[in-house]
Write a protein that binds this ligand. Structure first.
Ligand code: NAD
Ligand code: TYD
Length: 342
């Protein structure tokens, strides 16, 4: 492809994806559309600032006029929609921005894409749309949607809108659904970067409930490779699940981070549980492995060590993020939640 348009490219996964695309396809032009919310950071792609094949546009994906103007002007062959409000805890405090960006923003992109016509539209979704698993079983692409949080409901609504455009308008879309990502450039409100940065500062690590909830962790670059495969080899109308085959309870993950950082387990503080907290996510990615020839490449033990090293060598990046808005969120989220030490 000569030209692609990525939304949300200044966030965690989008910035890793854009950097990987520049390495894999040097001839390809990339347009990055990002509103620069609290989670969007130009610094994440500072190394591409002088790259003539890379163009940044500060636009809200809900801004119909601006999006259509840009699409007409740039005529990308594909759109990859990463832009989203992405943090479950924030969606519990206020679901408004989630419905706005994740649902209305997707609708605006779909309409704009239909108007200019393109080869592929990739909707970056999440395994959280399937709801929660018990101790057994895995999510497949045919698992019914049963989202439990305002975040996952807004993502499921967007997926259904994409599905309807495929069915109604022969729109050339694919949907990807991935499990929990970890790696460089993740905003330090999510479990892994929050706990690494807190532990580095000898601050407490707030584990929700008893820490028994299970997540299936995948390195962000393995997710990005999957999205690239879905873009180039995915069949229109299909959904592809990606997972890391690496399930851990939150308490197991917390112990791993503390031990690798050489800190004390006394830093752990058990706090009041997240309302509606999904017990377990686990992905069956057989379809992506069979149809796209994809499989995760980065062993967890190596990926997590590299991630810790990245945060240790990017303390300035973390400190610059921890500004007024961040501190205010941390205060709202964790104040009055402290339950007991353990
Ligand atoms: P992130 O919060 O780090 O980044 C989101 C980016 O979107 C930011 O740069 C932000 O500025 C931008 N954005 C938000 N609202 C916007 C708007 N209205 N217009 C334009 N830009 C806007 O999120 P992430 O972790 O990189 O997730 C990216 C995508 O991947 C999301 O769609 C998310 O649902 C999905 N996903 C994430 C994970 C995960 O573990 N992080 C797993 C599966 C799927
Ligand atoms: P998170 O990184 O927010 O991802 P998601 O909720 O989308 O899976 O959280 C991962 C897990 O860690 C989830 O079970 C909630 C838990 N968690 C804590 O125990 N403490 C925290 O401070 C955070 C942010 C998350």
């Amino acid at each position: 492809m000569k030209s692609i348009l990525v939304t949300g490219g200044c966030g965690f996964i989008g910035s890793n994806f854009i950097r990987m695309q520049r390495e894999l396809y040097p001839e390809q032009t990339i347009h990055n559309v990002d509103k620069l919310t609290y989670a969007g950071n130009l610094e994440n792609l500072a190394d591409l600032e002088e790259d003539p094949q890379y163009h940044f546009h500060q636009i809200d994906i809900c801004d119909r006029t601006a999006i259509l103007d840009l699409l007409k002007q740039t005529k990308p062959e594909a759109i990859l929609n990463f832009a989203a409000e992405s943090h479950v805890d924030r969606s519990i405090i206020d679901s408004g921005p989630f419905v706005q960006t994740n649902v209305i923003g997707t609708q605006v992109l779909l309409d704009g894409a239909r108007e200019i016509g393109l080869e592929r539209y990739v909707q970056i979704s999440t395994d959280e749309v399937y709801g929660s698993l018990g101790q057994e079983g895995y999510f497949t692409e045919t698992t019914p949607l049963a989202p439990n949080s305002p975040y996952s409901s807004s993502k499921a609504a967007a997926d259904l809108l994409v599905r309807s455009y495929v069915h109604t308008f022969d729109f050339p879309a694919v949907i990807t659904r991935c499990s929990n990502n970890y790696g460089p450039y993740q905003f330090p409100e999510k479990l892994i970067p929050l706990f690494i940065s807190n532990a580095m500062e000898e601050k407490s690590l707030p584990v929700y409930g008893t820490g028994e909830n299970v997540r299936d962790w995948i390195h962000v670059l393995d997710h990005c490779r999957g999205i690239d495969a879905a873009l180039r080899k995915g069949k229109i109308g299909e959904v592809y699940n990606f997972g890391g085959h690496h399930e851990l309870t939150n308490l197991e993950m917390t112990h791993i981070l503390i031990d690798l950082l050489g800190k004390s387990r006394d830093l752990i503080t058990f706090v009041q549980d997240r309302p509606g907290h999904d017990l377990r996510y686990a992905i069956d990615s057989t379809k992506a492995e069979t149809d796209l020839g994809w499989s995760p490449q980065i062993p967890f033990e190596q990926g997590i060590r590299d991630t810790i090293t990245w945060y240790q060598s990017h303390t300035d990046w973390v400190q610059r993020i921890k500004t007024g808005e961040y501190m205010q969120y941390i205060e709202t989220q964790y104040a009055g939640r402290m339950k007991k030490d353990g």
